[in-house]
Design a protein around this ligand. Structure first.
Ligand code: TRP
Length: 334
C-alpha cells in the first residue's frame, strides 16, 4: 500500500484569478509545497463543461500557470501541468463513470446551482464533472486535496467512488480515500459588494473583487468603496456576524495580517471602518501588487510557460501510466 502523502489540486482556467483564489487556494498550495509532494493541475477539461472561447481558454490556461508561479509555486518542486495533456484523466474518468451512481451525482449541489432552472439544457459533462474530479485525484492516488469549502461535497463523492472501486474489485486500500484540506476562515472570501455571495470572477461589478492583476490604485479604490457598516467596529464576533460585509473585510484583514479575528477585533474595536479600510488597502497593495506585476511579466514569454506545462505533463504522465496499468488490470481490461 502506498502510504506516502501526496497532494493534488485542480484550478479551473478562468483567467483573472482574484483574492478569493489567492487566499483560499494558491497561498495554501505554496505552503503545502514545502512539506509534501504536490501536483497542481490546470483543469481545462473541467472548464469546457460550460462553453469556452478556444482562444480565451488557451490564454487562460497560461495565465493560471503564470499565477501559480507568481504566488510562489516552484515547477522543479511541484508538478504543474494541464489536465488535457495527460490522457489518463479521461480514461480513468470513463471507468469511474461506471462506478459512480446516478443517485450520487443527482445530489451534487454545485450542479444544481450551475445548471440553473433549465437542467435539460446543461451539458452531460457538467453533470458528470465530479466523476472527472475523482479521476484527477485517484489517477495519482493522492492522499490530500486542498480545496475551498464549496468542493467538500465533490471530495466526499471522490471518497465514495474510491471506496466502491476498492470493494467492487476486492482490492482494499488500492485507492487511498483522499482527505480534504479546507482552510478555516479563508475558505469564504466574499464579494466586496454583497457579503452573502462568494467573491467571484463572474459577478458583474469589478468592484466586487480584488483581481491579482489589479494596480495599487485599483486595489485602493475597491477597498475604499467596499460595503462595510455605518456603526463602529464591534468588540465581539457575535455582533460582527450579523454584518456580513464588515465581517468579510475583517476576515480578509486577519488573513493578510496573519492574525486571528479576535485579535483584529481587539485592535480595531470602536474605530470606524474607514480606519480598517486604509490599513487593509495598504496590506493588500503590498502583497497583491507584486504578484500582479509578476503575472504580467510572465505572460510576456508564453513559450516559457508552455515549456513548464510540457515538463509537468511528462512527470505527471509517468505516475498516471503506472497507476493506470494497475487500474486496467483490476477492472479486467486487456
Ligand atoms: N472542481 C474544482 C473547482 O472548481 C477544480 C478541480 C478539478 C479540483 N479537479 C480537482 C480540485 C481535483 C481538487 C482536486 O474548484
Amino acid at each position: 500500500m502506498n502510504k506516502k502523502k501526496l497532494v493534488f489540486s485542480g484550478v479551473q482556467p478562468t483567467g483573472n484569478l482574484h483574492l478569493g483564489n489567492y487566499l483560499g487556494a494558491l497561498k495554501n498550495f505554496v505552503s503545502l509545497q514545502k512539506e509534501m509532494d504536490c501536483i497542481y493541475c490546470v483543469v481545462d477539461l473541467h472548464a469546457i463543461t460550460t462553453f469556452q472561447n478556444p482562444n480565451q481558454l488557451r490564454n487562460n490556461v497560461l495565465e493560471t500557470v503564470a499565477s501559480f508561479l507568481a504566488t510562489g509555486l516552484n515547477p522543479s518542486k511541484s508538478i504543474i501541468f494541464n489536465q488535457s495533456a495527460v490522457s489518463g484523466h479521461t480514461e480513468l474518468a470513463w471507468i469511474l463513470n461506471c462506478i459512480s451512481r446516478i443517485g450520487w451525482l443527482s445530489r451534487m449541489t454545485q450542479f444544481k446551482d450551475k445548471a440553473g432552472s433549465d437542467k435539460e439544457k446543461a451539458s452531460v459533462g457538467l453533470y458528470i464533472y465530479p466523476n472527472l474530479m475523482a479521476a484527477d485525484i485517484l489517477l495519482y492516488k493522492a492522499t490530500h486535496v486542498p480545496v475551498g469549502a464549496d468542493q467538500k461535497q465533490h471530495l466526499e463523492l471522490s471518497r465514495d467512488i474510491a471506496q466502491k472501486f476498492n470493494n467492487d474489485f476486492n482490492c482494499k486500500d488500492f485507492f487511498p480515500l483522499p482527505e480534504p484540506l479546507i482552510p478555516k476562515n479563508v475558505s469564504r472570501v466574499m464579494s466586496l459588494r454583497d457579503g452573502n455571495k462568494k467573491m467571484s470572477k463572474s459577478e458583474e461589478s469589478d468592484y466586487s473583487r480584488i483581481n491579482l492583476k489589479d494596480s495599487a490604485d485599483e486595489i485602493y479604490k475597491k477597498i475604499k468603496k467596499a460595503k462595510s457598516d455605518s456603526d463602529q467596529i464591534p468588540d465581539n464576533l457575535k455582533d460582527l456576524e450579523k454584518k456580513p460585509e464588515a465581517l468579510n473585510l475583517i476576515n480578509i484583514y486577519s488573513e493578510i495580517s496573519k492574525s486571528t479575528l479576535e485579535k483584529v477585533l481587539n485592535e480595531m474595536s470602536g474605530k470606524e471602518y474607514a480606519f480598517l479600510k486604509r490599513k487593509l488597502a495598504e496590506l493588500l497593495i503590498n502583497e497583491i501588487e507584486p504578484v500582479g506585476k509578476e503575472i504580467k511579466k510572465l505572460l510576456v514569454d508564453k513559450s516559457h510557460l508552455e515549456s513548464i506545462l510540457k515538463k509537468g505533463k511528462e512527470k505527471a504522465n509517468i505516475i498516471a501510466e503506472e497507476n493506470l496499468k494497475n487500474i486496467r488490470e483490476k477492472v479486467g481490461l486487456i
